[in-house]
Ligand binder design. Structure first.
Ligand SMILES: [Zn+2]
Length: 330
């Protein structure tokens, strides 16, 4: 399914002549309908058309939703944009509710970068209705999503560095189109950052190669490591919360199945994320009685670490994650 697009609705194709009047009404309604990004998209997302937006003498006003998107957009935009990142480090994008100041920033924005695929499930509907003058851009446009069950797409693409390189290209294109007078700056910033990301990817591969293949098995809080596992040669054996959303609650049956699986496969390491409550993980730890020791490996998955920490930016976050996996699995 490659036809899911942002900002466009599919209209029913009615062909019966008797329904021509109704068809015309439907077409009119569809073509005048407002763009919507709140529908659950499941296929490859596309970049919306972007026209020049920056006003004379003013920096382009840009909003980013998650801390990770904000970091990447900031690297490409640099000092040429006026950037507001809505979520602070450590904030879970699945449950994030916008504050009044967020809505003001969205109302004034020229461009709003979101992840797409319903990551920011409590936020995007508000941005859609309030950011009327802004172009809402899914940074993940062009990336083939992994399926996440129930027809949903897994939104956690940034845990594969190659996908963030795609984000950089998308941000470069959009900023250059919205603010052509600074396009050369965005091109140069993107090229420099891309080189850093390519080095990051090579470094991650070298670090993770030290983990024996048999130990490259991950059990996670929620279904967020699929892209990471695919890119860097891991298997996701199970999730505490069998959903792409951290908001879902595991049932007693989910937990007992997971304990059974981990016991059967001799897995004694569990990945927990910095944005999640790790109470569940600790309960699981008590249940895994066959393990001499249960390693809880804390990864930054859905948000950056606090300012000043090693994970305060995307590159640092990914290096910290690789170091934690090497320490927990070797
Ligand atoms: Zn998540």
């Amino acid at each position: 399914m490659n036809d899911a697009t942002v900002g466009r609705r599919k209209c029913p194709a009615l062909t019966l002549l008797a329904l021509l009047g109704l068809l015309l009404l439907l077409l009119a309604a569809c073509s005048s309908g407002s763009p919507s990004v709140s529908e659950a998209e499941t296929g490859v997302l596309t970049l919306p058309p972007v026209s020049a937006r920056a006003e004379e003498g003013q920096r382009l006003r840009v909003v980013a939703t998650t801390s990770i998107i904000g970091d990447v957009v900031g690297r490409v935009g640099g000092g040429a944009i006026d950037l507001t990142t809505l979520m602070r480090p450590g904030q879970d994008p699945h449950s994030y509710q916008p504050a009044a100041t967020d809505l003001t920033a969205a109302a004034d924005a020229d461009v709003i970068f979101i992840n797409g695929w319903n990551l920011e499930e409590a936020l995007v509907g508000d941005l859609d209705s309030i950011g009327r003058r802004a172009t809402i851009v899914p940074v993940s446009a062009g990336i083939e999503p992994l399926a996440a069950g129930e027809g949903a797409a897994n939104p956690h693409v940034w845990l594969d560095v190659a996908n963030v390189i795609r984000w950089v290209e998308n941000v470069r294109q959009v900023l250059g189109a919205a603010d052509p007078s600074n396009a050369a700056t965005y091109d140069a910033n993107a090229a420099a950052y891309r080189a850093e990301l390519e080095q990051l990817d090579a470094d991650l591969r070298a670090m993770l190669a030290t983990i024996p293949p048999a130990r490259r098995v991950l059990v996670t809080n929620h279904d967020n490591l699929g892209y990471f596992a695919t890119a860097y040669g891991f298997e996701v054996a199970g999730t505490v919360i069998p959903s792409v959303s951290a908001l879902a609650e595991p049932t007693a049956k989910d937990l007992s199945e997971l304990v059974g699986l981990m016991t059967a496969e001799g897995i004694c390491a569990l990945v927990v994320e910095t944005t999640a409550n790790d109470q569940l993980a600790r309960m699981l730890e008590r249940e895994l009685t066959d393990c001499d020791e249960v390693h809880l490996i804390t990864l930054y998955t859905d948000a950056l670490g606090p300012p000043g920490s090693a994970a305060a930016d995307y590159i640092g976050m990914m290096r910290a994650n690789a170091a934690a996996l090497v320490a927990g699995l070797t």
